[in-house]
Design a protein around this ligand. Structure first.
Ligand code: SAM
Ligand code: SF4
Length: 366
């Protein structure tokens, strides 16, 4: 009979192994978390890289059933951060040796939005002497748009699949061409073809989601050969359609623990990718991000969005750090990272080792 210790010695995991490990509790679960912490040290090491997060705009043409900034929610005041404010956040990141930014936004594909992002990318590159690395997370776009943004200076892109299960995906989104599972997959493939380091991820603890879905998500990441991942617990938002299922969800504690199991398992399944310790973890547990760093994550995203916009970017309830200035946020994170026994890769892009490895192989292959 297979034991937890034996399964953890393997280099490859079947779906059954993943299902078994995802469901571990108590001391057996600790074996998984210890193993992933060891693998993290041996592969990506103890360095944690900063990606200063700018939540550029909450204007969104989509209506995802889980998200607080969905188009049909009339509560948030719709904003776009003024150019000077974006550049001043970028300057803060540059001067504080964050080395990288993430520009995240509601999804739009009109020319005004596409060219604004393109312009901001060029301005950020100029103000930082090309030093700041930039990750984008602005949803599904055409190949042309992905190329324009790459040309202007972005080199990583995060587009969560949200769930790799087609049927579950259709329960989380309106059934129309704007929210089409196949299109999301195609967008991920286009990002790879355009030359980005590609990140994806899922929400954990969604209504109707099973452990089997999550095991499949891990296999999906492997199959897609992703470079980076951002995963976190689903947290219900009162003004969204999924709120009606709030009584059927796992408890917040269970969602949190399952999210840590997912981070730990992903570190075992894809040892050399970058994994973010996401903000949603901290919404449930004050030390959520440190805990994720301990079991395998190596990226953290200090929020640099000017405070006056943060209340209008509430994707879920109890989003943390909505009233902390960038500097306070940074100080608090530095302490948290040290508490987790890690160190900060100041001034380093901290690109995905997995990506670098793939690039090397492409060069060697004729
Ligand atoms: N609009 C872009 C997109 O959807 O790819 C990027 C911004 S979107 C707000 C970033 C991520 O927030 C989504 O991929 C989703 O996983 C996460 N998110 C939205 N609502 C959430 C919720 N209620 N709980 C946890 N995460 C949520
Ligand atoms: Fe818009 Fe992204 Fe929220 Fe969906 S998850 S409603 S695309 S911001």
């Amino acid at each position: 009979m297979k034991t937890t210790k034996n399964i953890l010695k393997q280099a490859d995991f079947s779906k059954e192994d993943l299902l078994y490990l995802l469901g571990l509790k108590g001391d057996e679960r600790l074996l998984l978390l210890q193993k992933s912490a060891e693998v993290k040290k041996l592969t990506v090491g103890k360095k944690v890289y900063f990606r200063g997060l700018i939540e550029y705009s909450n204007k969104c043409k989509k209506d995802c059933y889980y998200c607080g900034v969905r188009a049909s929610n009339s509560q948030p005041r719709r904003y776009e951060i003024a150019e000077e404010e974006v550049l001043s956040a970028a300057k803060f990141a540059y001067e504080n040796k964050f080395a990288s930014l993430v520009i995240q936004s509601g999804e739009r594909s009109d020319e005004a939005f596409v060219s604004k992002i393109e312009h901001l990318l060029r301005e950020i590159k100029t103000l930082s002497n090309n030093d700041l690395g930039i990750t984008l997370s602005c949803g599904e776009q055409s190949t042309k748009t992905y190329e324009r943004w790459k040309e202007a200076g972005a080199h990583r892109y995060l587009l969560r699949i949200e769930t790799s299960n087609r049927e579950l995906y259709s329960k989380l989104h309106p059934r129309n061409s704007l929210h089409d599972y196949n299109k999301r997959i195609k967008a991920l493939k286009r990002l790879r073809e355009t030359g980005y380091q590609v990140g994806t991820g899922v929400m954990i603890g969604l209504p109707f989601q099973t452990l089997e879905h999550l095991a499949d998500d891990l296999l999906f990441f492997k199959e897609l050969d992703i470079d980076m991942a951002g995963m976190g617990p689903f947290i219900e938002h009162q003004e969204t359609p999924l709120f009606q299922y709030k009584d059927r969800l796992l408890s917040l504690k269970e969602r949190f623990e399952l999210s840590l199991n997912m981070v730990a398992l992903l570190r075992l399944v894809m040892p050399d990718i970058n994994i973010a310790a996401t903000t949603a973890l901290q919404a449930i547990d004050e030390q959520g991000r440190e805990k994720a760093l301990k079991v395998g994550a190596n990226i953290i995203m200090p929020n640099l969005t000017p405070i006056k916009y943060r209340e209008d970017y509430l994707l879920y309830k109890d989003k943390p750090c909505i009233d902390e200035e960038a500097e306070e946020c940074q100080n608090c994170l530095v302490a948290r990272i040290h508490m987790a026994g890690d160190e900060i890769g100041y001034g380093e892009w901290g690109d995905s080792l997995h990506y670098k490895q793939r690039q090397k192989q492409l060069i060697i292959k004729p």
